[in-house]
Write a protein that binds this ligand. Structure first.
Ligand code: GDP
Length: 457
């Protein structure tokens, strides 16, 4: 196992002008080292655990650098499970840099991204799945993502995984005991009992695996491309959805020269939106790069919002594109519904057999219908508020491996193979599930999980 006991520090809040900025320090010597630059009523080392103490940070000449509140935490009652200090400074960029550099001058080293949470995991303050959810919680962009990460943080996944593991190891141990000591342990009827348990484990694991696709969309958002001919209102849609002017809106076709990206939240749905340069043939070099990128973004996208200007007749290009779209990943927006219409939903349905929404970026009409269409396409009509969703690929892979091993046990029993044949598959399932909570985990995996964390967490 990894062992790191030196003292680390990092900024735990953004480096920007704000009311306060917090520097987090953790490690065996954190209190005595911070004490070197702290002037208070008494030395920091003399304050008790879980206290907040007023004082000043001073440089080596004794000059006051900032007026601060310093929190002291002692083993094991801190985020990392180590002695820790949090220095609440004034939240100015300059002052925070100055205090941080004084902290480092004491011999404390800068923390790696995610290192505080890594220590919390290594010191048993939380398991791997809970630690992972901390990052998710911080980066939650919607209520659904926030709720899901809170559930994971409070141990929903860990408890489930631990329960199945405990049951698996119990059965595997029973087989071993029976093989070693057949006089006291009888395997008569064991397989039938195991089949019942296997069915339950497999059902629960499949349920988690099935939640992954939607879980990753909740967490990462749906990669969405807005496409359509020039001047239909694509940039206006991006502006409308993101609530601020980002793309340049003009009446001149081809003004959006390149791709513009934004993350927008529509209720529980997060869209990673890309507005593309109008898809059309062009001789303008800059614009043609945009067109190429647009075609690439469109092929990578999970959702295609294709926009048509309803106030003018459909062009041949529109008809060609509409016929080529996959209805399971496309919503057609009939924009400018506030103007007299030259094209209606039925006209579109002649070429495209999917969701078509009358829309106006000017009046906002069609917004709710758009949300419903996306929700139908990606979340079967809406997110299940009570369901827990797997959001990490790592967990998805571990669950899939565990499932495979348990299915092997199932088929061994169906084929009448003896117990000693399938215990190793039970152990494999046990091990795969263990990776989710950080048991049976190699150092590499731990480092990978925590390297995705941000600084100061
Ligand atoms: P793009 O080339 O597809 O990005 O189109 P723009 O967003 O630049 O819009 C082209 C023109 O259509 C601009 O003058 C917009 O103000 C106008 N427009 C966009 N959406 C609507 C709408 O819903 N109703 C009306 N009446 N005009 C719109």
């Amino acid at each position: 196992m990894i062992s790191e006991s030196d003292t680390i520090a990092a900024l735990a809040t953004p480096l920007s002008a704000s009311g306060i900025g917090i520097i987090r320090v953790s490690g065996e010597d954190s209190i005595s080292l911070v004490d070197k630059i702290f002037h208070g009523r008494k030395p920091l080392t003399e304050y008790g655990a879980n206290t907040i103490n007023y004082g000043h940070i001073v440089d080596k000449n004794g000059h006051v650098v900032d007026e601060v509140l310093v929190s002291v935490f002692k083993v094991p009652h801190s985020y990392t499970g180590e002695d820790s200090v949090e220095i609440n400074c004034h939240g100015g960029v300059y002052v925070l840099r100055k205090v941080l550099s004084l902290v480092y001058d004491t011999g404390i080293r800068p923390a790696e991204p995610g290192e505080f949470s890594k220590r919390a995991f290594l010191n048993g303050r939380m398991d791997l799945s809970e630690a992972e959810s901390v990052m998710e919680l911080i980066s939650s962009g919607s209520e659904a993502s926030y709720k899901n990460s809170i559930r994971q943080l409070s141990g929903f996944l860990s408890k489930k995984v631990k329960k199945i593991r405990a049951e698996i190891i119990h059965e595997a141990a029973f087989v071993e005991a029976a093989l070693d000591d057949p006089e006291h342990y009888d395997l008569e009827g064991f397989d039938d009992k195991l089949v019942v348990s296997l069915n339950i484990w497999i059902k629960e694991i499949k349920n988690l695996i099935d939640s992954y696709h939607q879980g990753s969309l909740i967490k990462d958002g749906i990669n969405t491309v807005i496409s359509g001919r020039p001047n239909v209102g694509k940039s206006s849609l991006l502006n409308f959805l993101s609530g601020h002017e980002k793309a340049i809106v003009t009446d001149i076709p081809g003004t959006t020269r390149d791709m513009i990206e934004d993350r927008v939240v529509l209720g529980d749905i997060v869209l990673n939106l890309v507005d593309t340069a109008g898809i059309r043939k062009t001789s303008d070099a800059v614009e043609s790069i945009g067109v190429e990128k647009a075609i690439k973004a469109q092929s990578d996208a999970e959702l295609n919002l294709y926009m048509v200007d309803s106030s003018v007749q459909l062009s041949d290009d529109d008809k060609k594109y509409l016929s080529s779209f996959d209805p399971s990943s496309t919503v057609v927006l009939l924009n400018k519904s506030d103007l007299d219409s030259a094209v209606d939903i039925d006209a579109i349905h002649q070429f495209f057999n999917g969701y078509v929404v009358d829309f106006s970026t000017k009046s906002g009409d069609g917004y709710d219908e758009l949300k419903t269409a996306i929700s139908d396409l990606f979340f079967d009509g809406g997110l299940d508020k009570d369901r827990f969703y797997i959001t990490s690929e790592q967990n998805y892979n571990c669950l899939s491996d565990a499932l495979k091993s348990l299915e092997l046990v199932q088929s061994s029993i169906a084929n009448g193979l003896s117990e000693d044949f399938f215990t190793s598959d039970l152990y494999d399932a046990y091990r795969s599930l263990g990776y989710i909570i950080g048991e049976e985990v190699e150092e590499d995996l731990v480092n990978k999980v925590f390297s995705d964390f941000c600084m100061g967490k």
